[in-house]
Design a protein around this ligand. Structure first.
Ligand SMILES: NC(=O)c1ccc[n+]([C@@H]2O[C@H](COP(=O)([O-])OP(=O)(O)OC[C@H]3O[C@@H](n4cnc5c(N)ncnc54)[C@H](O)[C@@H]3O)[C@@H](O)[C@H]2O)c1
Length: 251
């Protein structure tokens, strides 16, 4: 088991990639602290983990609220006695619009959840990881954090920001024995992509035409890499952003 008795925090765990990663980490022996702003979906994930007999701490959490994030991270760590790792996954899709038509509210929301949320999560996780003698963080970026995404500039800007934050944190906390990496999925079969298809029919298919593997990824295909990066098998890997995108960013 890759994560036997490791205490791992997962944000945005009410569905999609976050839930898949929580379940896979649990199968690898982790003790899970999960959260999401969506209480209903979170309960479903808790029930799935409970069905596997996995110890779980869960609470509703808005990652844009500093006080909530501080309280949650400390509570999760005291529940299990320490913190060993985190998958900072919570995020929202961006408004599909040309940049000059993008509303300020939409800009603020995407930057707040996708970038500030990751920073706040790390801000309150890193002291706990240092206290535990080290650990591993995986931040959720996107292929849109590696290349530009016309008509989704704010999402791309936020995810590029996550990559920069990840690299900087890796340099800053390596001496504390904390590794920090990011994952950069292409289009993955989750509620977020279903919503995108509803708003802009045909956009997903058009992107898949430029994807060498010509299909959506699955949440489990991202979870595999997250679990690997959290585990000791990735002990010499820090400061990197991994494209898991069917080749989209390679050509
Ligand atoms: N699906 C894709 O194609 C894809 C591709 C690249 C990156 N991502 C990223 O993966 C992550 C997970 O997305 P997903 O595809 O599983 O979609 P999803 O919508 O199922 O998951 C996102 C989760 O984040 C939660 N969330 C939203 N705002 C929040 C907040 N303020 N505080 C706490 N939780 C909040 C949502 O409730 C949801 O459960 C996101 O960061 C997304 O940007 C997704």
């Amino acid at each position: 088991m890759e994560l036997k008795n490791k205490v791992i925090v997962v944000t945005g765990a009410a569905g999609g990639i976050g839930r898949a990663a929580a379940l896979m980490a649990a199968r690898e022996g982790a003790l899970l602290a999960i959260s999401d702003i969506d209480a209903g979906g979170l309960v479903e994930t808790v029930q799935q983990l409970a069905g596997m007999g996995v110890p779980v701490y869960s609470d509703v959490l808005d990652v844009t609220d500093a006080q909530q994030v501080e309280r949650y991270m400390n509570a999760a760590a005291s529940h299990f006695g320490r913190l060993d790792g985190a998958f900072n996954n919570a995020g929202v899709g961006g408004e599909i619009a040309r940049l000059h038509n993008l509303s300020e509210a939409s800009w603020d929301k995407v930057i707040d959840v996708n970038l500030k949320g990751v920073w706040l999560s790390m801000k309150y996780q890193l002291p706990l990881l240092r206290e535990a003698g080290g650990g591993a963080v995986v931040n959720m970026a996107s292929v849109a954090g590696l290349i530009g995404f016309p008509h989704n500039a704010v999402y791309s800007a936020a995810k590029h920001g996550v990559v920069g934050l990840t690299k900087s944190a890796a340099g800053e906390y390596a001496r504390d024995n904390v590794r920090v990496n990011a994952v950069c999925p292409g289009y993955i079969d989750t509620p977020m992509v279903a919503m995108l298809e509803k708003v802009r029919p045909g956009l997903v298919n058009a992107t898949l035409q430029g994807t060498p593997l010509r299909r959506l990824g699955t949440p489990d295909e991202i979870a595999e890499v997250v679990v690997f990066l959290l585990s000791a098998r990735a002990s010499f890997i820090t400061g990197h952003a991994f494209g898991i995108d069917g080749g989209l960013s390679a050509i």
